[in-house]
Ligand binder design. Structure first.
Ligand code: GDP
Ligand code: MG
Length: 371
């Protein structure tokens, strides 16, 4: 990011460090070999050798030092699993999400008003939490994965017991398999007379999902999203898988994560739901989100309450961004606002250029098509 030590600069210029130190002295700068040089000094020295400095700007947030840095195992702490619900249309995804939310979020807690922010967290037994992504259909997988974001730890595959495996069921299985995410099968609508769970088990066998009862390793939970029967078992199974997979994160670092959804609000401006994946996000943090940036002005949790901080696996809605980011964008907190702005602006600039070249390419293609 434009910073070099004297030694590194000497190396790049193919000169002895002592020579660079001398030059710096002549320019009135006292420096040692391991000293970081600012941009102006680098340019001055390079100019002495008729070398032009091309500033290297890092565009991908994921390339930033710190973004993906492996946290040593001692600093990792258990975090809630992040769960997505997938399945064929009308098999009961929305009903299940609502039902889980309503049984676990006490009305008093939410003050009667449940905020829709695209994700929510429930507390099961002994304070163990589960985060559910509430994004419609397969969006969480398709949009986000196409943008390289991986947010889901576990997929709940909803299959209606009276309907069986359908095209979107298969599609969902393929998405989950491609992402190497464990699948728990929720055999829904068990309250219906026509429910036939054996058929569901049979059909899913053909797609590599064999129930434990039949000697496989896929967890099947019969339930009714409508009556609520079996939902507690489903939640327990999610915690069981989480225990085996050991989802962990370091909460004591600059926050990073992914945009779940975002939109422009008349009164509040750019509003984005972020899933914090590592670190702790705090009000006031300078942040780069996709191609935009800002400072976290306010944070609201899934219960509509203002919060000051949010740790790993927590969804929060934030305001304070300059523009509206896109679902699937990464975010990263920076130590200072200036860096966040520089990175954000550079990324926006690059996106603009890409869009322009895309456009000119399209017109060229169009031209050839006409010939
Ligand atoms: P989605 O398209 O997967 O989100 O499905 P919905 O949640 O919208 O459900 C589709 C229809 O199935 C709605 O009329 C629900 O009331 C109904 N439904 C969902 N779950 C159950 C269930 O467990 N039992 C019964 N009888 N109906 C259900
Ligand atoms: Mg739905």
């Amino acid at each position: 990011t434009g910073s070099l030590t004297v030694g590194e600069l000497a190396n790049k210029l193919n000169k002895e460090p002592s020579e660079i130190i001398k030059k710096l002295l002549m320019l009135g700068v006292m420096a040692t070999i391991n000293q970081d040089l600012d941009k102006d000094s680098i340019e001055l020295i390079a100019g002495e050798y008729n070398v032009e400095v091309e500033e290297e700007i890092v565009f991908e947030i994921t390339d930033f030092e710190g973004y993906d840095s492996e946290d040593s195992t001692e600093v990792l702490e258990e975090r809630p699993p992040v769960v997505t619900i997938m399945g064929h249309v009308d098999h009961g995804k929305t009903t299940l999400l609502d039902s889980i939310r309503n049984t676990k979020v006490t009305a008093g807690e939410a003050g009667g008003i449940t905020q829709h922010i695209g994700a929510y967290q429930v507390e099961v037994d002994q304070g163990k939490k589960i985060t559910f992504l509430d994004t419609p259909g397969h969006a969480a997988f398709t949009t986000m994965r196409s943008r390289g974001a991986q947010v889901t730890d576990i997929t709940i595959l909803v299959v209606a017991a009276d309907d069986g495996v359908m095209p979107q069921t298969v599609e969902a299985i393929n998405h989950a398999k491609a992402a190497e995410v464990p699948i728990i099968v929720a055999v829904n609508k068990m309250d219906k007379e026509a429910a036939n769970p054996d058929r569901v088990m049979q059909e899913l066998t053909e797609h590599g999902l064999v129930s434990e009862a039949w000697g496989g390793d896929t967890i099947f939970v019969p339930l009714s999203a409508l009556s609520g029967e079996g939902i507690d078992t489903l939640l327990e199974m999610i915690l069981l898988v989480a225990e085996v997979e050991e989802y962990k994160a370091n909460k004591n670092r600059a926050a990073t994560g992914t945009v779940i959804e975002a939109q422009l609000d008349k009164g509040r401006g750019s509003v984005a739901t972020l899933l914090v994946q590592k670190g702790t996000l705090r009000v006031g943090d300078p942040i780069v989100v996709g191609n935009t940036y800002g400072r976290v002005r306010a944070m609201v949790n899934d219960l509509g309450r203002r919060v000051k901080e949010a740790g790993p696996s927590t969804p929060v809605e934030i305001t304070g961004l300059n523009e509206v980011p896109q679902a699937g964008d990464n975010f990263l907190v920076f130590a200072d606002e200036k860096t966040a702005r520089n990175v954000g602006e550079a990324r926006a600039q690059k996106q603009l250029q890409e869009q322009r070249s895309e456009k000119s390419r399209v017109t060229l293609d169009d031209l050839f098509e006409q010939i």
